[in-house]
Design a protein around this ligand. Structure first.
Ligand code: UDP
Length: 377
C-alpha cells in the first residue's frame, strides 16, 4: 500500500505552496507510485471563519501594513508568540485540525510554513499520531523566525548556512538541522539554457535584452511605478511584467500604452520559461523567486523586501554580488538601461555569481530525507 505524506502550508504569498509542490514533484519523480501526497492549507481550509480569513491580510501586511509588520516581527522574535498563542488556541480550532490529521492518517508530515510547526507537532500528538515523523522545511533563506523552530520535530531542513546558524541559535540541535538549499521545482533545472529559443517561444524579440519584473505570488510592492520607469528609460530593451494574483495591478498594467515591447501576465505557471528567456530579473526579495533565479542564471535588482523574513535575503544576494537592492523606480530604470548597454560586463559577472549560488539538487535531497525517514520508521 502507498504511504502518505501530508504537507502543511498556508497561502501567505506564493512561496510556501511553490515549495510544497516542488517537494511533492520530486518525491513522485524519485519514488514513482510509492507515495500519496496531500498539500493542505491548514489555515484557510481547516479552520473555521473568521480565523480562516486571516491569511488574506498578508498582501496588506506586506504593503501598506509594513510598519505594523515590522513592529510585530521585532516583538515576536523576542517574545516567541507560539509559546503563548498556540496553547491558548480555542478547543474548536484544535478539534478541526485534529480531525483533519486523523482523516489523513499520514506516514509523514512536512511543514513548509512558520506557523505550522509547534501547532502541527502538538496536534499530531493529540491526533494519536505521535509516532509519525515530522519535518520542517524552512523556506526563509536567511532570516529564520523562531516560529519556524520546534525542537520536537524529527528533522529540519534549511536553505543556507546562515539559516542553520539561526536555527541552532533558536534551540534546534545540530544533528536535527541539514542545509539542503531552497526547494525549487525541477523544471527550473531542466531549462534548456537556449535564451533565443525561449524568447521566440514567448513571442519576444530575440535581439533585445529582456527584463522580467515580478512581485512575488501576490504582485506586491511598487510594481506599476517600477514598470513605468523601466519602460521610459531602458529604450533598447523589452519587458515582461508578472502581476501574480494582484488583479487590480494587472488591469492597471493592461491599460498602459508601453514605450518598449512589453508583455503583461497575471499569475503564471511557466515561471521557468519566463526566467529562462530573461536577462535581468527585477523582483521583491522573495526567497522562492531568488532561489529560482539562481538556477536560471539570472542576475537581479531587488526593488524591495518584507522587513523581517526577507531582510537577510537582500544581504545574501548583495554580499555575493548576484544582484543589488534599488528601491527607487527611476534608479531601477537607469540600472536596467546601463546593464543592458555600456555596463554589460557587470551583468555578465552577476550572471556568473547568481549561477554559482544555484542549488538545483535541494528538492531531490529533501525528497530523499523524507523517504529515508518513512523507511526507518
Ligand atoms: N510565482 C508563480 N507565478 C506567478 C508569480 C509567482 O508561480 O505569477 C511563484 C514564484 O515562481 C515563486 C513564488 O511564486 O515560486 C513566490 O515565492 P517568493 O518566496 O518569491 O515570494 P512570496 O510570494 O512567497 O512572498
Amino acid at each position: 500500500m502507498k504511504k502518505r505524506i501530508l504537507f502543511l502550508m498556508s497561502d501567505t504569498g506564493g512561496g510556501h505552496r511553490a515549495a510544497a509542490e516542488a517537494i511533492e514533484e520530486a518525491v513522485h519523480a524519485l519514488y514513482p507510485d510509492a507515495y500519496d501526497t496531500c498539500i493542505g492549507d491548514l489555515w484557510k481550509e481547516h479552520t473555521p471563519w473568521p480565523v480562516n480569513r486571516i491569511p488574506d491580510a498578508y498582501p496588506w501586511m506586506a504593503g501598506p501594513g509594513v510598519p505594523m509588520w515590522k513592529l510585530m516581527w521585532a516583538i515576536s522574535t523576542s517574545m516567541h508568540p507560539h509559546k503563548i498563542v498556540f496553547p491558548s488556541m480555542s478547543p474548536v480550532l484544535r478539534r478541526h485540525i485534529v480531525r483533519y490529521f486523523q482523516a489523513q492518517q499520514p506516514d509523514l508530515i512536512v511543514s513548509v510554513h512558520p506557523l505550522m510547526n509547534h501547532l502541527g507537532v502538538s496536534l499530531r500528538d493529540k491526533a494519536g499520531l505521535a509516532h509519525v515523523p515530522f519535518v520542517t522545511v524552512v523556506t526563509d533563506m536567511v532570516s529564520v523566525h523562531p516560529t519556524w523552530i520546534c525542537p520536537d520535530v524529527t528533522l529540519c531542513t534549511v536553505p543556507t548556512t546562515p539559516a542553520r546558524e539561526l536555527a541552532l541559535h533558536w534551540g534546534m540541535r545540530p544533528e536535527q538541522v541539514v542545509v539542503t538549499g531552497q526547494p525549487v521545482a525541477l523544471k527550473f533545472s531542466r531549462l534548456s539554457g537556449d535564451k533565443v529559443a525561449l524568447k521566440n517561444a514567448l513571442g519576444l524579440d530575440p535581439a533585445r535584452k529582456t527584463v522580467l519584473l515580478v512581485g512575488g505570488g501576490e504582485g506586491m510592492g511598487p510594481v506599476f511605478k517600477t514598470a513605468r520607469a523601466i519602460a521610459q528609460t531602458a529604450s533598447g530593451g523589452q519587458m515582461m511584467v508578472v502581476a501574480g494574483r494582484n488583479q487590480a495591478l494587472k488591469q492597471q498594467l493592461d491599460a498602459v500604452k508601453w514605450e518598449i515591447p512589453t508583455k503583461i501576465f497575471g499569475f503564471v505557471t511557466n515561471m521557468p520559461e519566463l526566467m529562462g528567456a530573461a536577462d535581468i530579473l527585477v523582483t521583491k526579495a522573495g526567497p522562492g523567486t531568488i532561489s529560482e533565479a539562481f538556477i536560471a542564471r539570472l542576475p537581479m535588482i531587488l526593488y524591495g523586501y518584507i522587513p523581517g523574513q526577507e531582510t537577510g535575503n537582500v544581504t545574501y544576494v548583495q554580499e555575493r554580488n548576484a544582484g543589488i537592492l534599488a528601491e527607487d523606480p527611476h534608479e531601477i530604470g537607469r540600472l536596467v538601461h546601463d546593464w543592458m548597454g555600456d555596463y554589460a560586463p557587470i551583468l555578465q559577472q552577476m550572471t556568473r555569481n547568481a549561477a554559482a549560488l544555484a542549488r538545483p539538487q535541494a528538492v531531490i535531497d529533501i525528497a530523499r530525507h523524507l523517504h529515508n525517514l518513512i523507511e526507518a520508521n
